[in-house]
Design a binder for this molecule. Structure first.
Ligand SMILES: Cc1cc2nc3c(=O)[nH]c(=O)nc-3n(C[C@H](O)[C@H](O)[C@H](O)COP(=O)(O)O)c2cc1C
Length: 167
């Protein structure tokens, strides 16, 4: 099974997870970026990013390469912003809505609080999927690393490999 990991990361935590997953799953990896970067410091960082997420904005993305035909499974990864997926993921999901409808779509989220469940439900609803499973919710693995978090990533990979066996 061919797997693509499409992710956004502002400050490296989602990037860390995406790269670990890519290694363990031998997946292709695409980092998406908004054309206009969100502020990454101080009050502005939480205000503008949070507002953009709450408003459901779809920021324009730097051109990326993603040939959906090559993949059976697409893993979307992002930081949780204001309880939902970060806005570049909304842009990607909307730009690839038709292609993603035919794929198994999975997701991982990094957050500071550890509660990403709502973001997975919202993503499923945007993609018109019943449910996204399996998912991985992980607390700031780059800035607060631990063996438990590496174990979480490994367990997620095992779940994905099970999918492959059952396919
Ligand atoms: C604009 C903004 C909003 C955030 N909102 C939440 C939130 O609602 N819940 C939470 O647990 N963490 C929240 N965070 C923290 C990030 O989700 C967390 O630090 C994440 O791991 C960052 O990933 P990154 O380093 O890949 O950008 C927020 C961070 C930003 C910048």
């Amino acid at each position: 099974m061919n797997i693509a990991i499409i992710y956004y990361s502002q400050s490296g935590n989602a990037d860390f997870v995406a790269n670990e997953l890519a290694k363990q799953l031998e997946a292709d990896i695409v980092r998406i970026e908004p054309e206009k970067a969100y502020p990454d410091k101080g009050f502005k960082k939480f205000f503008w990013g949070g507002k953009s997420a709450v408003m459901g904005e779809t920021p324009k993305l730097v051109p990326y390469e993603f040939d959906a035909q090559k993949y059976d499974v697409v893993i979307l990864g992002y930081p949780v912003w204001a309880g939902t997926f970060a806005p570049p993921i909304r842009t990607f999901a909307e730009q690839n809505r038709v292609a993603l409808a035919e794929k198994t779509v999975l997701a991982f989220a990094t957050s500071s609080g550890g509660n990403a469940e709502k973001s997975f439900v919202k993503l499923a609803s945007l993609l018109k999927k019943d449910k996204i499973f399996p998912t991985l919710s992980i607390v700031d693995p780059l800035v607060k690393p631990s063996d438990d978090k590496l174990a979480q990533i490994e367990a997620f990979c095992e779940q994905i490999k099970e999918l492959e066996l059952n396919a």
